[in-house]
Design a protein around this ligand. Structure first.
Ligand code: CO
Length: 234
């Protein structure tokens, strides 16, 4: 069976499963959405927001692009943001990067052309703004992963500086921005920065806290460390 045919088959199985557990699920879905989260993430196929947070349809409004960038001139991104904040009035926006991000790697290594190069200019700016911090990392992987963290921090600042978020805060609308990083190796999300007012943004440190270990690799979670220490066969 072809990969795309498997999707249709899997969909049928999913409908059956969901309906068995909750016969009214789809009737409720049809009545409308009231998500509390806007998720802004990378398009990378390994970073699937609903799966890694066990959220059901209806729980997150989602925008994904290469390297989870905030482009104030991107009509797609800005209309998603406007709808989420002004109509859905989500109280939380999660902006999630991930270690080993190919878009961020391309910024460091160069060589991209066309639309991707144009799109990544925003991340180029992040790279330039944190050049010293990136340069002092001990390896190429560490440089990449530290830039991923700096990118999350700077995109949160750019997000906070959009008219949509500033106006929401000025009107007293509760809106928290959360900058997280996802670790592909163990599946865990790592909270990095959080702001809920213009004052919070102004007092953010220039560099985000680092989740990287002394060897420059992201610290593995305790469970992953324990798993790796298990003898073969267990
Ligand atoms: Co990515």
């Amino acid at each position: 069976m072809k990969t795309y045919e498997q999707l249709i088959l899997a969909n049928k199985a999913w409908v059956q499963e969901v309906t068995d557990l909750d016969p009214d699920f789809f009737a409720r879905q049809a009545r409308g959405q009231r998500p509390e989260i806007l998720w802004i993430g990378c398009s990378d196929s390994r970073v699937s927001p609903e799966q890694l947070t066990q959220t059901l349809p209806g729980e997150m409004f989602i925008h994904r692009n290469i390297a989870n960038l905030v482009h104030a001139h991107d009509l797609n991104f800005m209309s998603v943001l406007q709808y989420a904040v002004q109509v859905l009035k989500v109280p939380h926006i999660v902006l999630c990067g991930h270690y080993g991000c190919g878009g961020i790697r391309a910024v460091l290594e160069g060589g991209t052309r066309g639309q991707i190069a144009e799109w990544l200019k925003n991340a180029d700016n992040v790279c330039n703004a944190h050049a010293d911090e990136i340069a002092r990392q001990p390896s190429d992987d560490a440089k990449l992963n530290r830039l991923v963290e700096c990118n999350v921090r700077d995109q949160i600042v750019d997000l906070a500086n959009t008219d949509i978020v500033r106006n929401a805060w000025a009107a007293g609308q509760p809106l928290q921005l959360h900058g997280w990083v996802y670790d592909l190796r163990d599946g865990f999300l790592k909270p990095l920065v959080e702001v809920q007012s213009a004052d919070d943004v102004a007092s953010l440190p220039a560099e985000p806290p680092s989740m990287l270990g002394t060897d420059g690799a992201p610290e593995l979670s305790a469970t992953e460390v324990a798993r790796q220490k298990m003898p073969e066969g267990l």
